[in-house]
Ligand binder design. Sequence first.
Ligand SMILES: CC(C)(COP(=O)(O)OP(=O)(O)OC[C@H]1O[C@@H](n2cnc3c(N)ncnc32)[C@H](O)[C@@H]1OP(=O)(O)O)[C@@H](O)C(=O)NCCC(=O)NCCS
Length: 167
Amino acid sequence: MRIREANAADLDAIFAIYDREVLQGTATFDTEPKSAAQRAEWLAGHASPRTPAIVAELPGGVIAGWATLSPWSNRCAYARAAENSVYVHADHRGKGMGGALLDDLIARARRAGLGVILARVVEGNPASVALHESRGFQTIGVMRRVGEKFGRILDVHLMDLHLDLGR
Ligand SMILES: CC(C)(COP(=O)(O)OP(=O)(O)OC[C@H]1O[C@@H](n2cnc3c(N)ncnc32)[C@H](O)[C@@H]1OP(=O)(O)O)[C@@H](O)C(=O)NCCC(=O)NCCS
């Protein structure tokens, strides 16, 4: 498995993984698959070192997972904070892909001079909590009842990793 920056040829595989969560899961609060134009816009928005999109590619070119950093806010004083996303294909979970992607994102965030990575994790997602805790993230709060999907009102746990404090 190798981790590399995503390119346009990866978009079908990236969104095949993501759309399963969009349509059937609560890991993302997106509810509609993106159009081709929106996918291209998404990739263009992840072209800078502070907002990378990366993929985990298996031998043979299979994309097993992907991850991004996104701005936490477009208000300038938040520029030291980014939010991460990590998605691994259901067939490839539990094999270290998510951890490898998150390690790579954290290294990229450090190199880009970011100070904090934030993760929003929906209630009832122990794999994501474990993934983030395994890389030093701590839960700092719960945004109660902020989401609603499939008729369920959902809490979101906010987790952080401080790159400049050694924790
Ligand atoms: C969350 C997700 C990315 C984890 O990816 P993964 O490749 O299965 O994770 P890994 O195999 O690298 O495991 C990473 C760590 O989490 C732990 N973990 C993974 N799945 C777990 C589970 N279901 N329950 C408990 N711990 C789990 C592993 O033990 C590992 O810890 P370690 O490094 O200390 O051994 C994956 O389950 C996924 O894509 N889920 C759907 C999308 C999603 O929820 N994304 C996160 C949105 S916030």
